[in-house]
Structure formats: C-alpha cells, structure tokens
Design a protein around this ligand. Structure first.
Ligand code: HEC
Length: 123
C-alpha cells in the first residue's frame, strides 16, 4: 500500500514536472507531447546546439533557414546524430556521432526540433 502510494506520488511529480515543463526563450509553452524530445535534446544536443537550438560556440543554431524541413529533411537529423557530420556549412569543426543515441531518441528529438522551428516561424 505504502509502496503503491509512493509510486503514485512519484508518477504524479514526474507528470507535473513534465507538463509544466517549460516555455521557450521566446515565451512559447512547450506542449506536453514534446517534453520527452526536449529532454533528449537537452541531454544529447544542447551542449553544442544550445538549449533552444540557438547555437553555441561549439555548434550552429538549428533554428535556422538551413535546417528547416525543406532544406534538411529528417534523414539529415538521423544521419547527423547516428554517424556525425563533416563540417561544411560552418566553422565549428565536425560533429561527432552522438554516443549511445538510439534511433527512437532521434525521432523524438526531430519532433521537438520541428516543433521549435515552427514556433519560430521556420517552415
Ligand atoms: C559536439 C558538438 C555537437 C553535438 C553534441 C551535436 N551536434 Fe549537431 N552539429 C554540430 C556541428 C559543429 C555541426 C555543423 C557541421 C557543419 O559545418 O555543417 C552540426 C550539424 C548538425 C546538423 C546538420 C547536418 C547536415 O547535414 O548539415 C544536424 C541536423 C544536427 N547537427 C543535429 C544534431 C542533433 C539532433 C544532435 C543531438 C542528438 C546534435 N546535432 C548534437 C555539433 C554538434
């Protein structure tokens, strides 16, 4: 009984922390269904591409015309994450493959990044 109650509390807390997750740097609320992708992005990509994909000194912004769906399709994201990218658009150097990333994580990340691009009027 106590265990079940504990489990319930933990689940509730996780739910609350995910759903009240975040608003982006431009003040848009992140939808619940993008919460997992956002977490995976923060964990695996944000150190170079920035928390809201605005870029850092280690990597370019993904909120950028280059990376909208019509220019870099989802395949480019799978390829980048699983196999890395040779530097070609920028001067940050190569992007190494993201160690241990799974295809289904990338699927979530793509969904989040596409949502974020749209929230920034990039189609
Ligand atoms: C160690 C730093 C680093 C990490 C971590 C990183 N990237 Fe990159 N990424 C880069 C750099 C640098 C480039 C730019 C390469 C160039 O010059 O075009 C890049 C380019 C890309 C591109 C463009 C690919 C192309 O075909 O031009 C995509 C898409 C991308 N990254 C997605 C991701 C995703 C998704 C993650 C997390 C799963 C991630 N990156 C993690 C550094 C990083």
């Amino acid at each position: 009984m106590v265990k079940r109650l504990l489990f319930f509390c933990v689940t509730l807390l996780m739910g609350v922390s995910l759903s009240s997750a975040a608003t982006t740097d431009s003040g848009v609320r992140v939808p619940f269904k993008q919460a997992v992708g956002m977490g995976k992005f923060k964990q695996n990509c944000a150190q170079c591409h920035g928390e809201w994909a605005r870029g850092t000194e280690q990597g370019p912004p993904l909120i950028h015309n280059y990376y909208k769906p019509s220019h870099h399709g989802d395949d480019a994201f799978y390829r980048a994450a699983m196999s890395g990218v040779k530097a070609h658009h920028w001067r940050f150097g190569d992007m190494p493959p993201v160690e241990g990333i799974k295809k289904r994580d990338v699927t979530r990340i793509i969904s989040f990044v596409r949502w974020l691009q749209q929230a920034n009027n990039l189609y």
